[in-house]
Design a protein around this ligand. Sequence first.
Ligand code: PMP
Length: 433
Amino acid sequence: AHEGILRRQSLRESAARTYARSLPIVPVRARGLTIEGADGRRYLDCLSGAGTLALGHNHPVVLEAIRAVLDSGAPLHVLDLATPVKDAFTTELFATLPAELAERARIQFCGPAGTDAVEAAFKLVRTATGRDGLMAFSGAYHGMTAEALAASGGAQRTGVVRLPYPYDYRCPFGVGGERGAELAARWTRSLLDDHKSGVPRPAGMILEPVQGEGGVIPAPDSWLQQMRELTASRQIPLIVDEVQTGVGRTGTFWAVERSGIVPDVLVLSKAIGGSLPLAVIVYREELDAWPPGAHAGTFRGNQLAMAAGAATLAYVRANGLAERAGELGRRMLARLADLAASHDCIGDVRGRGLMLGIELVDRGADADATGARPADPRLAAAVQQACLDRGLIVELGGRHSAVVRLLPPLTITDEQADAILDRLADAVTAAVR
Ligand code: PMP
């Protein structure tokens, strides 16, 4: 079955598929951290549905919540009507938000995907400010629809001003550390204040507190605070994209809590749907300038996703899984640092909570002024393959696809964390041989 399904699907499906190209797995069963393929092989899944599975695959509380909706006879699809299931989801979500936002927040259900919520956020700030331009950061990822894509990646696109994101290991200013972050902030300030530069005041600024697809790059708290201050003092709405960092992943329930910044618009998806498709924006009520019907869409009422999401949010909160992710992440990062110390093909290890990245570099090449060596995407792909051979699923990311990313469920045990790192260490050793 395994080979037949793979062959038929690779004939019928577009070559644009991403995960399927590097992961020739046919999953048929899954629980927690583990996926089982049609060939009977078992894998530790550190991709977690691209960071969606806060509680891992098929967590009992998620399954129970879905079953309860099915058994209740509730409609599965309700457009954007009010329902008890939606009410419970919204109440639970608001209970997790920073108090300053929750007190005066509005929510808009945007559709199934993170990119839907990003589009809605852009449209909202444009309507609210009457301005048009956007500011986004180098290496960002916000989605694959037109506007979200324009705000992603390195390419310059009309209407989006791209600003430097603080990246310690490959500092755009060649200095790294706090000083690099300070120079990145100064760049943004001067663009906002230099009226001769021709950059008009934008409708909004969008950022990720930790860049995920961009290579697991955590922004320093001081830089985030400066972005908050710079935007607030110029009446520019700050949109924080927590599609990947949310729901405990980085060690706090929302990643913004660490720096204490309060966004004007919070973009949420992935884990908030408890593994089913759901995306929302939450924003300060003053921004709610939309006339009725201004932002519609058919699939904004997936009751199963709301129920699975509410159960996930409640479980993460009740069991302190954000703190657990922070603590386990620090331990895993310490072990990764040991691994880097004994493998000079590892240029950098970094992350926050259970969002971890290992950057592979060309060990034969010279380091630049800050000690960074050229990225080695071929080696990263070899490590990913060696991981797969050892029953470990990891994803690649980063500017050069040379960062191995780990996004395990927040529910993993210490033993499972060790098993992940044992297999990864073994894979790195095998790949450089
Ligand atoms: N924003 C961020 C930070 C993401 O990581 C992603 C997905 N990786 C998106 C937006 C887009 O979400 P989706 O793929 O559901 O459209």
